[in-house]
Design a protein around this ligand. Structure first.
Ligand code: TPP
Length: 327
């Protein structure tokens, strides 16, 4: 069982990610209604939020150092924050501002941060071989850095998943594969696209450990990831972890979600991982209700400051449009 300090830290990380997502959701919807106009408002383009999936990011990243490499997906905010990305520069990137991590040219799906060795992509399955490449470099350099790839259950049906696991196992690389199984790939239910129930079972095909965390429980993720990251650091090779998690919101903001019933959505909200964890912390005397409220208030202040920084930052100079662009 993690120490009380670790438990409080896991809670803090989940709360700040949730508050960030809720705040971005509001900013994103500004000016986009009544007829949904994806190009309108202060944050144009698509927006994929990860509310509900915080346990995966918090539980895994608690074991990482900024020198470890992390790749994530088109739904990257919870992972980026848990891995230590600077929140104001991340918010500025999402708002397309000059002060953003990529000077506003990447947007919310393309957050790159050399300081925390973080990258993500709108291309499904892209981050999996990229993490394997980082792990290969770490192994050749010596030392104990590890790479972690977060990806969705839909991505696990891409060839890049299988090719990556094969090479990582063959070369015994320090990499941890983390599948965030939220049961959906856009509007396609996992059981309509995937031959087996648990992607963790696919580890057997590559002779590596496969661990299933079946209930979106941050402590379960923390423990599974602790073992996998430790194994990778000690030269014990790759592992695959699958977490059954929950996507509380649509695939993208503006998604009418006609493929999910109101009852299903309500059931998801009722089993919200943060609320459940808070009840558990209170029952075990780790954190009372007032302490939890103080964490939410501090997260709101942190997120508001980051959004203010983003909103008040300038847009990039149009003359710089071709800077940092490779062709
Ligand atoms: C190579 C590629 N194919 C298709 C798409 C379109 N697409 C965007 S998100 C998505 C579903 C991804 O599902 P999953 O990997 O489960 O992640 P989740 O959205 O559930 O987090 C698809 C097919 C894409 N972006 N890239």
């Amino acid at each position: 069982m993690p120490t009380n300090d670790v438990l409080r830290d896991l809670h803090h990380q989940m709360v700040r990610a949730r508050v960030f997502e809720e705040t971005i959701q509001k900013a994103y919807m500004e000016g986009k209604t009544p007829a949904f106009d994806i190009a309108a408002g202060p944050v144009p383009g698509e927006m994929h939020l990860a509310a509900g999936q915080e346990p995966v990011a918090a539980g895994v990243c608690a074991h990482l150092r900024p020198t470890d490499a992390v790749t994530a997906t088109h739904r990257p905010h919870h992972v980026a924050l848990a891995h230590g990305m600077d929140m104001p520069r991340m918010a500025a990137e999402i708002f397309g501002k000059q002060t953003g991590l990529c000077h506003g040219k990447g947007g919310h799906m393309h957050l790159f941060d050399a300081e925390t060795n973080f990258g993500c992509s709108g291309i499904i399955g892209e981050g999996i071989p990229t993490a394997v490449g980082a792990a290969l470099a770490f192994k050749k350099q010596g030392g104990d850095r590890v790479a972690v790839s977060f990806f969705g259950d839909g991505a696990a049906n891409q060839g890049s998943f299988h090719e990556s696991l094969n090479l990582a196992a063959l070369w015994d690389l320090p990499v941890v594969f983390v599948c965030e199984d939220n049961a959906w790939a856009i509007s396609v239910a996992k059981d309509k696209s995937t031959a087996i129930a648990n992607n963790s079972d696919r580890a057997v095909a590559y002779g590596i450990p496969g661990v299933l965390v079946s209930d979106n429980d941050v402590v379960g993720v923390y423990e599974a990831a602790g073992e996998a990251v430790d194994r990778a650091r000690r030269g014990g090779g790759p592992s695959l972890i699958e977490v059954k998690t929950d996507r509380l919101l649509g695939h993208f903001e503006g998604d009418p979600q006609l493929y999910r019933t109101a009852e299903e959505m309500e059931a998801l909200r009722e089993r919200d991982a943060i609320t459940r964890f808070e009840a558990q912390l209170a029952a075990n005397g780790v954190m009372g209700g007032d302490d939890a409220q103080a964490v939410w208030a501090a997260a709101r202040a942190e997120v508001d400051a980051a959004i203010d920084f983003a909103v008040s930052s300038p847009y990039p100079d149009p003359a710089s449009a071709l800077d940092h662009v490779f062709a």
